[in-house]
Design a protein around this ligand. Structure first.
Ligand code: FAD
Ligand code: FES
Length: 341
């Protein structure tokens, strides 16, 4: 059974099947709507239901709170239409013509960047074109029909490989394998590109890049793309980690100011010890942004990392620093529901 779904304020209208999520229907119809985990965990696909009825699959109460439900909100990745719908969703646009593909790839390089961070580089198939936007992610398809999401850490220009920064998760099925048995030349399968975390290039707004831990990965992709594309907007990267080892490519981030004259790098440690011999900024990384830039009106923020950091940054930047809600772009590194212990 299919229903008509209207997105406001953009005015896009699509047909949506009851047995598919609204997100799946939107993507199939060639629309780019905001989303992250596709799993009811991050809240990036939150939308207001102005009229009509939906059925919701299981979701995390942190992604859609009881207050959100009371305010008529829903999650595009969990909602199935049971009538025609009118929804308010910010930042809806035509997706362009980048197809989502399932492809094999070969492990080309494994490099330990920090005790708990591995650089995983995979070779793309020579016979199949894989296109993506800097900042997007892929799902590795693992045994038992499970998937694990990882952000692409390189720029798309001329890419024949994909780079990922994988943080080891205690007891983690995929990351345990990356740090344990994975060998060069191993064949993996992935689906992608996914996600709406990419640089909005139709704007001249100054940019704050906010990374927590391996949230640096997609930010690296964005910056390397900006260098390739000659984008000269002012950009300040705030990268937060617990200790110095967590800033595992700090020299690289430092070097970007040579390629991008208006680029600045601010590393921030939250739990530095004497061993770190750290004289730089300390505390929570999003608070460092607010201390330096108390007025974020007119800025765009691109944030990536653990869900609490993303939630705090979104909340405080928009309510206390005047950041426009549709100028905050984020990927929260949630984990898939099939991995919940
Ligand atoms: C859009 C997106 C992009 C992502 N990009 C990256 C990336 O570039 N680099 C990266 O390191 N991670 C990234 N993640 C997070 C990553 O997908 C998860 O950590 C993943 O579940 C790890 O898989 P695993 O099989 O090793 O662990 P699982 O088998 O999934 O989990 C094992 C146990 O650890 C818990 N767990 C899993 N992940 C986490 C976590 N992150 N924090 C706390 N507890 C956890 C689970 O609940 C479970 O109990 C991303 C997530 C999303 C949604
Ligand atoms: S909650 Fe829907 S994309 Fe994350």
């Amino acid at each position: 059974m299919s229903y008509q779904v209207t997105f406001q304020p953009s005015g896009h209208v699509i047909s949506a099947e009851a047995d598919e999520s609204l997100l799946e229907s939107a993507i199939q119809a060639g629309l780019m709507v905001p989303y992250g985990c596709r799993d009811g965990a991050c809240g990036a696909c939150k939308a207001t239901l102005n009229s009509g009825e939906v059925l919701l699959d299981q979701f995390s109460p942190t992604a859609l709170t009881p207050q959100d439900v009371a305010a008529g909100m829903t999650l595009l990745c969990r909602a199935h239409p049971t009538s025609d719908l009118v929804l308010t969703v910010r930042n809806v646009q035509r997706a362009g013509d980048i197809p989502i593909k399932k492809l094999p790839c070969r492990v080309q390089r494994l490099e330990r960047l920090a005790p708990d961070v591995m650089r995983l580089e995979v070779k793309l198939p020579a016979t199949e074109q894989f296109r993506f936007l800097a900042g997007q992610y892929v799902d590795f398809l693992i045994a038992g029909g499970k998937r694990r999401s990882f952000s692409i850490a390189n720029a798309p220009e001329g890419a024949t490989t994909l780079e990922f920064h994988v943080r080891l998760i205690e007891g983690g099925e995929f990351t345990g394998h990356v740090f344990g048995g994975m060998k060069e030349k191993e064949i993996l399968r992935f689906e992608g590109p996914l996600g709406s975390f990419f640089l909005r290039e139709d704007s001249d707004a100054p940019i704050v890049l906010l990374a927590g831990g391996t949230g640096f990965a997609p930010i690296k992709g964005l910056v390397e793309h900006a260098i390739e594309a000659g984008i000269s907007r002012p950009m300040t990267l705030y990268w937060g980690a617990r200790n110095r080892a967590g800033l595992y490519l700090a020299d690289l981030a430092d070097s970007w100011s040579h390629a991008l004259p208006r680029f600045k790098f601010v590393p921030v440690l939250s739990d530095s010890t004497e061993e770190d011999a750290w004289s730089g900024r300390t505390g929570l990384v999003h608070q460092a942004v607010m201390a330096d830039l108390p007025d974020l009106s007119g800025y765009q923020v691109y944030a990536c990392g653990a869900p609490p950091m993303i939630d705090a940054a979104r909340q405080e930047f928009t309510t206390r620093c005047g950041l426009a809600e549709d100028a905050f772009f984020a990927d929260a590194f949630t984990y898939s529901t099939d991995s919940a212990a």
